[in-house]
Design a protein around this ligand. Structure first.
Ligand SMILES: [Zn+2]
Length: 282
């Protein structure tokens, strides 16, 4: 399989959860050795992803406050670079992050593959979130900002999804991308056991460098980057760690020790493996 970023050849360097992890021999991009079906997005982001734990969420709706605060954090942080305008939040889920942007003056639309989550955003929060994959976006306008917060690593057809995102961005508009950094200290320390090596929901593992190369191919240039202030609730942290521990010796016993964590206690996420980048369309 050729690298979706630079088209160079790649090889499988290890397996995770039964899937080969490919490494590009030129740019170093990593991606899952997986031929995805057209139904991939619908299958992976079923209700189980938001309620079933594993690589997904044990209780997505229980993280409403944390996620709304996350949107607000970006809403404030972006004011250094651009004024609030129109935003398309890709992978909007139940709309909590988008709600945080709206709190900061943005006019938001969203798109979300899980129909129940999109219903929640529309019916409970009154947000315009359409149900579907980004590739099927029905957009009658372009936006000042397209946000891809923990979304880009999940695209089955990375290039097609980004082409749609580029078309939905106004001239001189922006992309805000938050994703995991495979070159971070945490990722290198955990190696093959890094929590983000969790196909088939995660399909791509970027670094800031490879993400910039990719964005440039769609006409976007870096404006700023940093690490988000991220919080996670106790139940979600426990669920993710226990899922990863299943594959290491004594992991299940170690995982049980985490049961003392209160479910809804907000915990700061301190590792260095998450980053955001703001890019502008040239
Ligand atoms: Zn490459």
């Amino acid at each position: 399989m050729l690298c979706p970023i630079c088209q160079h050849t790649s090889e499988v360097i290890f397996t995770a959860h039964g899937y080969g992890i490919r490494d590009c021999g030129s740019c170093g991009h990593r991606f899952a050795d997986l031929a995805t079906s057209p139904q991939h997005t619908q299958e992976v982001y079923g209700d189980q992803y938001f309620q079933g734990g594993g690589a997904g969420y044990p209780d997505y709706l229980g993280e409403a406050r944390i996620l709304r605060d996350h949107g607000r954090w970006y809403g404030k942080r972006l004011k250094r670079h651009l004024q609030p305008g129109t935003i398309l939040d890709v992978g909007a889920a139940a709309g909590f992050v988008l709600q945080g942007f709206v709190d900061c003056g943005w006019q938001g639309d969203g798109i979300e593959p899980n129909p129940k989550m999109a219903d929640y955003a529309r019916n409970e929060l009154g947000l315009k979130v359409q149900s579907g994959a980004l590739e099927s976006l029905q957009a009658d306008k372009a936006y000042d900002l397209v946000s891809l917060i923990q979304v880009i690593a999940h695209f089955a057809d990375l290039r097609q999804a980004l082409q749609v995102a580029a078309n939905a961005t106004k001239p001189s508009g922006y992309w805000l991308i938050e994703t995991w950094n495979k070159d971070s200290f945490a990722a290198r320390m955990f190696g093959q056991n890094w929590h983000e090596y969790s196909p088939p929901s995660v399909l791509h593992w970027f670094s800031p460098t490879t993400l910039k190369i990719l964005a440039t191919q769609f006409g976007f240039q870096e404006i700023a980057r940093g690490r988000p202030s991220k919080w996670i609730n106790g139940g979600h942290a426990k669920s993710l760690v226990q899922y990863k521990l299943q594959s290491v010796p004594f992991g299940q016993q170690a995982g049980k020790l985490l049961n003392v964590l209160p479910e809804y206690l907000p915990l700061p996420y301190l590792a260095d493996d998450l980053f955001w980048i703001l890019l502008q369309k040239k």
